[in-house]
Design a binder for this molecule. Structure first.
Ligand code: FAD
Length: 307
């Protein structure tokens, strides 16, 4: 029940100032992010890869208000890609980007985001890897999917994310389930109105399964972005029925969440990718993690009282 309140707070500047300044916040944040800099994050990537997982890397930042910040986001990803080069991990280390940090919400934002993200996708391709476009709130979906389609003309491996809570997503899955496409299916992490999205968790879960079925039966490469044990076992069954081999789809989970399960699936021969976020602009990402799960919020609140 607190989820929507926390999600509303995740977009409040006042709450951002209060939560960010609280001295107790940082240790809790550190459970979900790998570090503040690329130098702190590369060893985490190396260790994760050495233990048999793949990674997708997110330089934290979203909802920027100034074009100069979009250039900083682009440069931060270019710095990351340069740092990944010597590791030679190829697609085992890909990037996740939020187009709002590349200027999508600014005036002329669609073109600006495409212009700013293109060098990142090019640089990723040069080191043998790729980029997945995270999905943000519903107002951005058309623009993000159009940028995805545009990028795929030169870089067919560019990934898209779809959110099962949106009514439109089954249709989007049908359109995306084509040969060579990489699609991450998630439930959705933003506060969306009842005009566009299921509000009931059970409805979101049912929609997830319908979308998953479309992706598994399609020709693309499904990426199952969920920690939900039910979703994970249904995915395995749907993949089996669709005749997919273990490397014809992958599981994705967030850094710091259900780690043992990530390694268990990898030990069974599944491809498992950990979404590793890093950087100083962690507020929105952190608040969405608190909103998703009462236990995460309880962990945060306990750390406040146990000081
Ligand atoms: P939930 O529905 O939150 O929980 C279902 C069950 O999963 C729980 O009952 C519990 O059994 C288990 N579970 C969940 N969390 C935990 C935990 N912390 N510890 C133990 N068990 C747990 N959202 C977007 O809107 N856009 C994106 O681009 C996006 N990218 C994502 C990328 C990845 C790799 C992942 C994993 C998620 C992403 N999300 C994104 C977030 C997503 O939309 C959900 O908000 C988030 O994953 C929570 O949903 P869930 O399916 O994991 O499980």
């Amino acid at each position: 029940m607190l989820g929507p309140v926390i999600l509303a707070a995740s977009r409040s500047d006042q709450m951002r100032r209060i939560v960010s300044a609280a001295p107790v916040t940082k240790p809790v944040v550190n459970r979900f992010i790998a570090g503040e800099s690329v130098q702190e994050t590369v060893p985490v990537v190396q260790e994760t890869a050495a233990r048999g997982l793949e990674v997708t890397l997110d330089v934290l930042g979203e909802d920027i208000t100034d074009p100069a910040e979009a250039l900083r986001a682009r440069d931060a990803y270019l710095e990351l890609i340069e740092a990944l080069k010597p590791l030679a991990l190829g697609v085992r280390a890909e990037m996740s980007v939020k187009l709002s940090s590349f200027g999508q919400a600014l005036s002329g934002g669609h073109e600006l985001a495409l212009k700013n993200v293109t060098p990142v996708v090019e640089a990723a391709a040069e080191i043998g890897t790729t980029v997945t476009l995270d999905m943000e709130d519903h107002t951005t979906v058309d623009s993000t999917l159009a940028i995805h389609a545009e990028l795929r003309q030169r870089f067919p491996q560019t990934g898209a994310v779809v959110q099962s809570y949106l009514f439109r997503t089954e249709d989007d899955c049908r359109a995306l389930a084509e040969a060579g496409s990489r699609v991450r299916l998630v439930k959705g992490a933003y506060k969306e109105p009842a005009t566009v999205a299921y509000q009931d968790k059970a409805e979101v879960d049912k929609a997830y399964i319908r979308c998953l079925k479309i992706l598994m039966e399609g020709e693309g490469y499904p990426m199952i972005g969920s920690h939900d044990p039910r979703i994970i076992s249904i995915s395995q069954e749907l993949a089996r029925r669709a005749g997919r081999k273990l490397d014809d789809y992958e599981f994705q989970m967030l850094y710091g969440i259900r780690e043992a399960e990530q390694f268990r699936l990898a030990a069974e021969g599944h491809r498992v990718r950990t979404y590793i976020a890093y950087g100083t602009d962690w507020y929105g990402y952190f608040m969405r993690r608190l909103a998703e799960r009462p236990a995460n919020l309880a962990f945060f609140l306990r750390s406040l009282v146990s000081r």
